[in-house]
Ligand binder design. Structure first.
Ligand code: SF4
Ligand code: ZN
Length: 322
């Protein structure tokens, strides 16, 4: 049992697990000193179990300290925990912002926010492999859940590098990270077990194949839905007070017509219409045709107006150009 006064800071290179006859042993499970009969799993040096009063119990190398001991130990411990319990709680899966940026507008009304695709859930593990080559990379731990591989990265010093993440995406395999960077170095086996198995803020998706597929299909359907959604807003006439009427041609609602063509009035119709997705309209005060300060040429242009004063994006059934 580790008590709080035995949990003083450990020096870098001090380990809390060692290998004894190829089995990972926590320092609490072995006798003190060289009698622990453990080696470092990274450099295979003999370890000394230091179990004093002032510093947290740990294993020290007998010679030069290696740099990968702690990382190797935590990968091994994670694999051992998962091989034993055979289940893991995975975080909820959220869809990314799926609105395609190449459509040229940002929907203000269309629900594009984050969508929860899967809740936090416990999954049964079929197989656990340590540092098993997969494509062009070696995941820290590879799990098989529902016959699909899941990359598990245990971050001790550096997170997943870009090359590895690119390979994960290329292979389209979900990857989860357990971030132990600022975890206490001398956490107990139970604390580590809880982080690895239970719901934990230290677990996060680095890539989720399901969310990625969802996003790709949402982007595709948004393209179909909004491909011809842009409609120009023009000023065609002015009301009795000289205020411009902003017309949107081709409104499928057929509420108003101008010169035989259906249109919508931007302010009266579109702004309260459920089909309006976004708008970007210039409201230039100087465009009043009865403004004495504007030139005759501009007044004529306004009254004949085919000039665009912006655009709306509307997902009503498209008639423009049809
Ligand atoms: S948003 Fe589209 S469908 Fe709605 S009134 Fe305007 S043009 Fe018509
Ligand atoms: Zn070592």
């Amino acid at each position: 049992m580790i008590t709080s006064n035995q949990r003083g800071a450990l020096a870098s290179g001090d380990l809390t697990y060692g290998l004894h006859n190829s089995r990972l042993k926590h320092v609490s499970e072995v006798p003190r000193g060289l009698a622990c009969d453990c080696i470092c799993p990274a450099c295979e040096q003999r370890l000394i179990a230091r179990k004093g009063e002032r510093v947290g119990h740990h294993f020290a190398h007998t010679g030069e300290v290696c740099s990968y001991g702690q990382e190797t130990v935590l990968h091994l411990a994670t694999k051992e925990i998962l091989s034993t319990v055979r289940h893991i709680t995975l975080p909820a899966v959220w869809a990314e912002n799926t609105f395609p940026s190449d459509l040229g507008f940002n929907p203000s009304k269309w629900a594009q926010g984050l969508k929860r695709l899967k809740d936090v859930a416990v999954y049964e593990i079929q197989d656990v492999r340590l540092e098993h080559k997969l494509g062009g990379m070696i995941p820290d731990v590879l799990l098989y859940i529902k016959n699909k591989p899941l990359v598990l990265e245990v971050t001790v010093t550096h997170g997943i590098d870009e090359r590895k993440l690119a390979e994960i995406k290329r292979l389209d395999i979900s990857a989860i990270e357990i971030d132990l960077r600022d975890a206490p170095r001398n956490m107990t086996p139970n604390e580590l077990r809880s982080i690895v198995i239970e719901e934990s803020p230290r677990k996060r998706w680095k890539y989720n194949a399901y969310a990625n597929r969802f996003a790709a299909s949402a982007r595709k359907s948004a393209h179909t839905r909004f491909a011809r959604a842009e409609r120009k807003v023009v000023i065609r006439r002015f009301d009795s007070k000289g205020r411009a009427e902003f017309h949107v041609d081709g409104c499928p609602i057929d509420k108003r017509t101008y010169m035989g063509e259906s249109y919508a009035d931007l302010h009266w119709d579109c702004f309260s219409c459920p089909h309006l997705v976004s708008h970007k309209v210039e409201q230039r005060k100087k465009d009043r045709a009865d403004d004495p300060t504007i030139s005759d040429e501009l007044r004529r242009a306004l009254l004949n107006a085919r000039e665009s004063h912006g655009a709306i994006w509307c997902d009503g059934h498209v008639r423009v150009g049809a």
